[in-house]
Design a protein. Structure first.
Length: 266
């Protein structure tokens, strides 16, 4: 089975301008596809920007099948590439911090709502999701989705490992001074759970936040296969099923678990 070449779009887009961000996504999808990628991953809240005024978020939020989802489906189909994008989702009289995966044929494959909201801004702006493991199949790999702070909870990632996730997509808005998450925690999560993790950040100042970039693709052997710098850029990495299978064969973490000892965790 061939490796899934994955493009990580490290960009903050334009705050509050969905149309401009869709245009940027179209251009990025073209570039990623030309570079041989089968999957493009964007940052948290890429569609609208992250540091929005609270009163603006409900008006910018869209249903999972809303006009932007339709537009991104057309982008994915035109360029023949799957797209994972972050956006504010409006549903059931609530607004969620969400991420949606659309396949290369333009069909929506999975929608995830952030389960662990970080800080006062997110807790005031969004309702937390309650489904920790959301997956879809793409090019022979089981794809999982999380958002930012979610990956910092080891139980969350372990749940994905036990559910068979091969490649975990994590759009993020990682800010100063927490860059150690991108530099150290994400590769460790990939190793201890025997999966690939694509961690895709925003960059630069936005409102009261300073996003640190450092997007990466970490592999199940603990190696960071690609790493962005601090500015706007696209980097590429390979999610290789053969390396994944060999690493899982050689690493005993999941086989050596003793779940009976962990009852106190729940």
């Amino acid at each position: 089975m061939p490796a899934l070449r994955t493009a990580l779009l490290q960009s903050s887009g334009v705050l509050g301008d969905t149309a401009q961000n869709l245009k940027a996504l179209d251009e990025a999808a073209a570039h990623a596809a030309q570079g041989g990628s089968g999957l493009l991953v964007t940052s948290e809240m890429f569609l609208t920007g992250y540091a929005l005024d609270l009163q603006d978020i409900p008006g910018l939020a869209e249903p999972a099948d809303g006009p932007s989802a339709v537009a991104i489906g057309e982008i994915a189909r035109r360029h023949g590439i799957a797209v994972l994008y972050g956006y504010p989702e409006r549903a059931d009289d609530a607004v969620y911090n969400a991420a949606q995966l659309i396949g290369p044929d333009g069909v929506r494959l999975a929608n995830y709502r952030k389960t662990h909201l970080f800080g006062c801004f997110e807790q005031d702006a969004f309702t937390p999701g309650d489904t920790p493991v959301v997956q879809a199949d793409l090019d022979g790999l089981r794809i999982g989705i999380m958002i930012c702070y979610d990956v910092e909870f080891p139980e969350n990632v372990r749940a994905h490992a036990l559910a068979g996730t091969d490649l975990l997509l994590v759009p993020t808005a990682q800010m100063h001074p927490f860059q150690f998450v991108a530099e150290q925690l994400v590769p460790v999560r990939a190793f201890e759970n025997q999966m690939y993790i694509a961690y895709v950040n925003r960059t630069g100042p936005e409102g009261e936040f300073e996003f640190v970039g450092l997007s990466c693709l970490a592999s199940p052997d603990g190696v960071t296969r690609t790493r962005a710098g601090r500015g706007e850029e696209m980097v590429f990495g390979e999610a290789d099923p053969e390396l994944l299978a060999a690493s899982r064969e050689n690493n005993p973490y999941l086989r050596d678990r003793r779940p009976g000892l962990y009852a106190s965790l729940v």
